[in-house]
Unconditional design. Structure first.
Length: 237
């Protein structure tokens, strides 16, 4: 732990510079994406720009949190570690003098009829994992079949299912972090109905690990939204 704190203290300036430059770059991209949202004419363009803005915002926040952690280590833990370090003054002996052994042998006591009782080992109860919450898909024409509820995902993931209701106009996929998600981030969608097929290909590598909720909503030409299909998942980074 001390070696890690000393290393962070030595390279803190480089981390500050790289982190601030990276956060500034991501914030500029975030502002540009927000402007694209304001200028977009079609809903698909607007939702795509909104998703990019969320992604840049998440990454910029992560860099700022990393800089805050380095500031804490550099200003609090490193000075405390220096105060706790004590140098050995010169001239003090570094070894211990061994006392001379006694010339007379020490009598060894004898033990007769020693009985040791060993209690039988108790079996360790097996840990039972809590079942994952089920998916909530009340509308038959708005269903996510893969990934399933409680699945752990990483990398590029295919989202499969059905998006087909009477007077179909379009469908959209959204995601949000935590068991009580707010706000929802747009992931993707389409103008053509899908029956037991690929709804979207999702690259999860830019998102932090944790629990998320994946949502599918289908809209008809009157602007009516179907009851959304919500599937709880876990991202492993």
């Amino acid at each position: 732990m001390g070696v890690f704190i000393s290393f962070i203290d030595q390279v803190a300036f480089l981390i500050y510079a790289a982190g601030l430059l990276g956060a500034l770059f991501l914030l500029l991209r975030f502002v540009a994406a927000q402007r694209e949202v304001a200028r977009a004419q079609r809903w698909a363009e607007r939702e795509s720009a909104s998703a990019r803005a969320y992604r840049y915002g998440f990454l910029a926040l992560g860099l700022l949190l990393l800089i805050a952690l380095v500031v804490l280590v550099d200003t609090r833990l490193a000075p405390l570690l220096s105060e706790l370090s004590v140098d050995i003054p010169p001239g003090l002996p570094t070894g211990l003098t061994t006392a001379p052994r006694a010339t007379e042998p020490t009598p060894t006591p004898t033990m007769e009829h020693l009985v040791v009782e060993v209690a039988p080992a108790q079996p360790t109860p097996a840990l039972q994992e809590s079942p994952a919450p089920p998916a909530h898909c009340p509308t038959p024409g708005a269903r996510i079949t893969s990934p399933s509820a409680g699945a752990t995902l990483s990398g590029e993931v295919e989202i499969r299912g059905s998006a087909q209701i009477p007077d179909f106009q379009f469908y959209k996929l959204e995601f949000a972090a935590g068991p009580d998600p707010n706000p929802w981030a747009y992931l993707g969608g389409g103008d053509e109905p899908v029956v037991e097929g690929v709804l979207w290909s999702w690259d999860t590598r830019a998102l932090p690990s944790g629990t998320y909720l994946l949502r599918l909503t289908v809209v008809d030409h009157s602007g009516n939204f179907s009851s959304p299909c919500d599937v709880p998942i876990t991202l492993a980074g």
